[in-house]
Design a protein around this ligand. Structure first.
Ligand SMILES: N[C@@H](CCC(=O)N[C@@H](CS)C(=O)NCC(=O)O)C(=O)O
Length: 91
């Protein structure tokens, strides 16, 4: 992953935005469970988290993995891409 900062964003615990009713979120969370990957998760049923996701990532689609923090944060959508990222960085 290219990053012009000295901070390695892969080392910062990502945050998973999800909805309990979303199949694609379940798929990501099942993968995490199988691999023993524990991340902070935020449900978009909480308005605050839904707004943060929309403002940061540009859309309310879930699942979305926030990688890094602040203005350096990357917002990774698409369950398959999230699983690939976790496989490479957190397995
Ligand atoms: N191709 C996406 C599909 C994700 C998707 O369709 N998410 C739905 C919930 S199951 C969603 O967030 N819909 C509301 C929205 O896009 O704002 C993936 O694999 O992650």
């Amino acid at each position: 992953m290219s990053n012009s900062n000295t901070t390695d964003s892969a080392n910062i615990n990502p945050v998973l935005y999800y909805s309990a009713f979303c199949y694609f979120c379940q798929k990501v969370m099942m993968f995490m469970c199988q691999r023993g990957i524990e991340l902070e998760t935020r449900s978009t049923s909480e308005r605050e988290h839904a707004m943060t996701l929309r403002e940061g990532g540009g859309k309310t689609q879930v699942p979305c993995l926030r990688i890094g923090e602040g203005s350096n944060a990357k917002w990774l959508y698409e369950s398959d891409d999230i699983i690939r990222y976790l496989q490479a960085n957190h397995s």
